[in-house]
Ligand binder design. Structure first.
Ligand code: ATP
Length: 338
């Protein structure tokens, strides 16, 4: 185990404004511990990449402070760079060079050479399942292989903190699952702190020991996914209507005992109920009396999407794939087709 004194990352009240008065960060704070996979979850434009840029010394905050492995990002950028690995959204590998040559070059950039470098490269090729493909040009690799090589490149110099910007975007489900396994193992085996950004709810839920929900440049909620979900009282009840409804639906449901936090968005209605299954007959009867036809009802334990709704007032909806997967993985889901 590597010995990092104190937290792996501390960011306090970071502010960053881009030209055109775009306030990308508006007082963002977070703490990441060694050996922890920490997720920054938020839709496009929330400020995740800007946070990573500041923590990796690629951008300066207008206000606020940050340390990585105890080093100040503004005062000690060189020391920060030596203890971090960065895997950007776009691959840094040379597509014309082989996987092995990419790793060797990266190692040399960090001052490794000779046998220790060769040994490290062989170790990483093996660990990421790239030994057989090591002599092939990277442009012949599959998307999953390229992404694994990107992560290996970020680890050559044995960093204490690894930053992964959307590590599985564009990967097929199998490659995503393999990447998740690998990331979880990295943190567990090497006490490496992993900070990853994602706009996939299921990725944050599965992978992050702790996560921060980022909205409009601030952390609006943070904690273990299970804790955040556990803080929501009661079950989530989702209704799909046969046609879009207005505020009358909220009025009808708001009058039922134990039903609260009602949001109506076109044909989709969400509410919270102490006992979802017990509340469903009353909900259906009330909507029937009000002449609102219901297509389907789902009762589920709170999901991260519900957590997101609670703290931002909006459904996550970053993209359709993320939503579908999140629905599929929602635990204890009971679907009633009306
Ligand atoms: N170089 C820049 N110049 C001007 N505006 C910028 C710049 N970089 C980011 N922004 C803006 O700052 C805000 C936050 O962007 P950022 O890239 O940090 O968000 P994000 O959560 O990482 O989104 P994504 O998932 O799309 O990467 C957005 O409104 C974005 O348009």
């Amino acid at each position: 185990m590597r010995d990092i004194p104190g937290p792996a990352v501390v960011a306090e009240a970071l502010v960053k404004t881009y030209p055109g008065d775009v306030r990308a960060l508006d007082g963002l704070s977070l703490t990441v511990q060694p050996g922890e996979v920490f997720g920054l979850l938020g839709p496009n434009g929330a400020g995740k990449s800007t946070t990573i840029k500041i923590l990796t010394t690629l951008a300066r905050p207008d206000a606020g402070t940050a340390t990585v492995a105890g080093f100040d990002v503004l005062r000690e950028p060189d020391r920060v760079r030596r203890v971090i690995g960065v895997v950007a959204q776009r691959s840094g590998a040379d597509p014309a060079a082989t996987g092995r040559d990419n790793l060797m070059l990266q190692g040399r950039l960090y001052g490794l050479s000779g046998v220790p470098l060769k040994r490290r490269v062989a170790e990483l090729l093996d660990r990421f399942g790239l030994t057989d493909a090591a002599g092939r040009a990277v442009k012949t690799y599959s998307g999953g292989m390229q992404r694994r090589l990107d992560v290996a490149l970020g680890l050559v110099h044995r960093p204490q903190v690894l930053f992964l910007d959307e590590p599985t975007t564009g990967l097929d489900p199998e490659a995503r699952a393999a990447m998740w396994t690998e990331i979880a193992r990295l943190a567990a085996d090497d006490a490496l702190a992993v900070v990853l950004t994602t706009h996939y709810l299921d990725e944050a839920d599965r992978l992050a020991a702790r996560l921060a929900i980022v909205d409009a440049g601030r952390v609006v909620a943070d904690g273990a996914p299970e804790t955040l979900k556990g803080e929501l009282r009661g079950d989530a009840v989702h209704l799909r209507l046969r046609q879009a409804a207005g505020t009358e639906v909220a009025t009808v449901l708001g009058g039922l005992p134990g039903v609260r936090e009602i949001t109506v968005d076109g044909v989709t209605v969400s509410a919270r109920a102490d006992d979802g299954a017990a509340a469903v007959p009353g909900i259906l009867a009330a909507l029937d009396r009000a002449g609102v036809p219901v297509a389907s009802v789902t009762v589920a334990r709170p999901s991260l999407d519900d957590v997101y709704l609670r703290y931002t007032g909006r459904r996550f909806n970053a993209d359709k794939t993320a939503d579908k997967t999140a629905e599929k993985t929602a635990a204890n889901t009971l679907e009633v087709v009306a």
